[in-house]
Design a protein around this ligand. Structure first.
Ligand code: TXA
Ligand code: MG
Length: 329
C-alpha cells in the first residue's frame, strides 16, 4: 500500500484535503492525524473492520482499548450512559485539550473499540484541524498513538512515516505536536475519579476543579492488575537501552564512556555528549519524544537520562521515562 503524506495548516486547513481524508475514513481506511499531544492513527469507530486494521497496523494487543476522539461535548454525550457532574465540570475546564475521560459506554459504541470493556475513553483534541476532520468525517474517530505498539509515540509526521509507511492510507502533516506526550486519562466512573495515566493536565489542575482524586497509577505500574490495559510497564520505549539516574547523570555518563560504550546523556546541563532539555515540565514534554527518536537513530549502546525531580508537576514525565527504561520482556 502506498501511504500518502499531505501537509495541512493546523489553524486554517485546506477543506479539500480534509475531504480526501474523510473519504478514506468513511471507506474503512486508516489516516494518521495530528493532535496537540502526539499523532494518532484514526479509524471510523462504527466500522469494525477499520478498527481491526488499527490493531494490525500497530501490532497492538487486542485487549488494549482505543481512545475515541469527538469534536464536541454533545458528540461525547451521545456515546455514554451517564454523563455525571464531574464529567461536565472537567469537560468545561479541559476540553478541547490533552485530557481523556473514561465513562460507561452506551451500545452505540462497538465492543471492538473498547476491547470488550463496558467503558469508553473520550477526548476532544485541541487542534482545530483535528476537530474539523472529525466534523467532516461525520463520525467519532478511534485513534491510538500512531506508532508500532510499545515504541515511542510520534510527535511529527516523519516519526509516523518511519513506523507505519506502507501500512496505512494517509498521513496528515500539520507540523510537530506541541504537547509532546499523551493525554491525561481519568476514570470518571469511580467516585472520586481515578487517574489512569498522568499527562499535561496535572493532578493538581484536576483537583482544583473536582477535589481530591485517586491515584492508582503508581500502584499498578508493576503489578498484573491493570485498571487500564495500556499501562504495561514497558511502553513508549526506545530500542536503545535506557538508564535512568537521580542527580545530574554526569558520573554515569563518564563511567560508561570509560568502558568504551557509545552513550549520550539526556539531562539539564550543557556538557559534551549531553542533550539539555528545558527544566520545566511543559517545555520538557514538548521536546522529549523527538529527542528520543533522534537518539534512538544514532546506534548508541546506552541512553542515560537524568531524571527530573520527584515532584507532582513532573509526574507525567517521570512516568514516561520510567516506562522507557523498563526492560522488555
Ligand atoms: O494523547 C493521546 O491520548 C493520544 C492521541 C492520539 O489522542 N492517544 C493515545 O492513545 O495515547 P493510546 O491508545 O496510545 O493510549 C490510550 C490509553 C491506553 O493506556 C488505554 O489502555 C487507555 O488509554 N484506555 C483506552 N480506553 C480505555 C478504557 N475504556 N478504560 C481504561 N483505559 C482505557
Ligand atoms: Mg500509545
Amino acid at each position: 500500500m502506498h501511504t500518502q503524506l499531505l501537509k495541512l495548516d493546523p489553524d486554517n486547513p485546506d477543506t479539500e484535503v480534509l475531504r480526501e481524508a474523510s473519504l478514506i475514513l468513511n471507506h474503512g481506511g486508516l489516516v494518521a492525524i495530528p493532535t496537540e499531544t502526539v499523532y494518532g492513527l484514526a479509524a471510523n469507530i462504527f466500522d469494525a473492520s477499520a478498527v481491526a486494521k488499527i490493531y494490525t497496523a500497530k501490532g497492538r494487543p487486542s485487549n488494549n482499548p482505543l481512545i475515541v476522539h469527538v469534536h464536541s461535548v454533545e458528540q461525547a454525550k451521545s456515546l455514554v450512559l451517564n454523563w455525571n457532574d464531574s464529567a461536565q465540570k472537567l469537560a468545561e475546564a479541559f476540553w478541547p485539550g490533552p485530557f481523556t475521560m473514561v465513562l460507561d459506554k452506551n451500545n452505540l459504541v462497538p465492543d471492538c473499540v473498547t476491547a470488550g470493556a463496558s467503558s469508553v475513553a473520550l477526548r476532544i483534541p485541541k487542534l482545530f484541524v483535528t476537530r474539523k476532520l472529525i466534523e467532516i468525517a461525520g463520525v467519532p474517530l478511534a485513534a491510538p498513538s500512531a506508532n508500532i505498539s510499545g515504541a515511542i509515540s510520534p510527535t511529527t509526521a516523519s516519526h509516523v512515516l518511519k513506523d507505519l509507511a506502507g501500512r496505512i492510507e494517509m498521513i496528515l502533516d500539520a507540523g510537530p505536536a506541541s504537547g509532546g506526550i499523551e493525554s491525561t486519562v481519568l476514570d470518571v466512573r469511580s467516585n472520586p475519579p481515578t487517574l489512569l495515566r498522568p499527562g499535561l493536565i496535572t493532578v493538581q489542575m484536576i483537583e482544583q476543579i473536582i477535589g481530591p482524586i485517586n491515584q492508582l497509577q503508581q500502584l499498578h505500574l508493576h503489578s498484573g492488575a491493570f485498571p487500564s490495559p495500556g499501562m504495561m510497564a514497558r511502553h513508549y520505549a526506545p530500542k536503545t537501552p535506557v538508564i535512568n539516574v537521580e542527580g545530574s547523570g554526569v558520573e554515569v555518563l563518564e563511567k560508561l564512556k570509560k568502558e568504551g560504550l557509545k552513550v549520550r546523556l539526556l539531562g539539564f546541563q550543557i556538557i559534551e555528549d549531553a542533550i539539555c532539555l528545558p527544566d520545566n515540565p511543559v517545555g520538557y514534554a514538548s521536546a522529549l519524544y523527538a529527542v528520543l527518536h533522534d537518539l534512538d537513530a544514532m546506534g548508541l549502546d546506552r541512553i542515560v537520562i537524568a531524571l527530573p525531580p520527584d515532584t507532582p508537576q513532573w509526574l507525567a514525565i517521570r512516568d514516561r521515562l520510567n516506562r522507557a527504561a523498563t526492560a522488555a520482556d
